[in-house]
Design a protein around this ligand. Sequence first.
Ligand code: FES
Length: 110
Amino acid sequence: MSTQTISEWVAVGRLHDIPSRGARCVTIGDLTIAIFRTADDRLFALEDKCPHKAGPLSQGMVHDGCVTCPMHGWVISLETGEATGADVGRTTSYPVRLDGDRVLLAVGMN
Ligand code: FES
């Protein structure tokens, strides 16, 4: 059995730092996490690495709760990190939330 606990919430910036329908990257240790902001101001956090060939998802187009990878066009669910359609793969997703306009990111530890 494996359990995942949230180690800490880390303040990584303000909502207005993230462009609408875009992303901003934060680096924690050797991990780069892209925080995406949808048109309706929902936030999602994924490792900035496409499950196909590690393309930078942060540079993709955000639409319909997904991001389209700029490399070869895979469409990745922002909520789950799963590839959609016929493609198979998953990138790691992380909890992210707002506290006022502060963006808080949680990085879990096993
Ligand atoms: S690296 Fe993302 S679609 Fe190929």
